[in-house]
Ligand binder design. Structure first.
Ligand SMILES: *Cc1c(COP(=O)(O)O)cnc(C)c1O
Length: 222
């Protein structure tokens, strides 16, 4: 770690936690940061950590003994799904039926039920992964027969813009989808409990629009 980084991490985390309501979970995204930096975050009481690459995530799980919740937040290749089962707390980035089915199959092999979120892409940006609003019925139809996944909510990103109203609109739409699923479907393995939206640049807006889990990386370390 660079000099004074521990102090910086502590200061940033205190500031973020002062700002967010108690019932909003702060998932610290440590994806560009090494073991020491990650441990520093944990020392400050953070219990939820997010990584976007399977390899980095597995390395940290192996080398960090503290009982934290590990979140997978990046695009998943199906051939890597097996490594995550029984290791992670939540896979937030289920962005296709193929990945959902694979998580179910690998979980079944290990006699486990894996908690996941369904990722939406409401930004219209091609480089982002996720389901479209009109694909909701498709994944629900499929998921209700998958006994080894437990769908606990949805995840999404804001658009890459400075236009706050545009960002707010996307978060608002995500909350509407979340509420609609909650109202219209009563299924044993689909429960809307977690609305994961908001990153360093836009989490205050996400919280105003109903996020109860935010994923913050750069603001902790800069
Ligand atoms: C990197 C990343 C974040 C954190 O982004 P920051 O802007 O660094 O806070 C959140 N969610 C996902 C899916 C990410 O890949």
């Amino acid at each position: 770690m660079i000099e004074n980084e521990a102090e910086l991490i502590q200061k940033n985390l205190n500031q973020i936690e002062d700002e967010i309501p108690e019932d909003v979970v702060l998932c610290a995204v440590t994806k560009y940061h090494d073991l020491d930096e990650t441990k520093e975050v944990i020392k400050n009481g953070i219990k939820d950590l997010g990584e976007n690459k399977v390899q980095d995530l597995m390395k940290k799980i192996d080398q960090i003994n503290e009982p934290v919740h590990w979140h997978m937040i990046g695009h998943l290749q199906t051939n890597k799904v097996k490594y995550l089962i029984d290791k992670v707390y939540l896979i937030q980035s289920v962005d296709s039926l193929k990945v959902l089915r694979k998580i179910n199959n690998e979980s079944k092999k290990k006699d486990k039920i894996t908690d996941v979120l369904i990722q939406y892409n409401l930004t219209g940006e091609d480089q982002k992964f996720g389901f479209l609003e009109e694909e909701t019925k498709d994944w629900i139809n499929e998921a209700q027969n998958l006994d080894n996944v437990n769908i606990r909510g949805i995840m999404g990103m804001g658009p890459n813009t400075d236009d706050k109203e545009q960002i707010r609109q996307v978060f608002h739409n995500l909350k509407e989808i979340y509420d609609r699923i909650n109202e219209n479907y009563n299924l044993s393995n689909i429960h809307m409990e977690i609305l994961s939206m908001g990153m360093s640049g836009d989490y205050p807006i996400a919280i105003e629009e109903g996020a109860n889990l935010i994923r913050v990386g750069s603001k902790i370390f800069n």
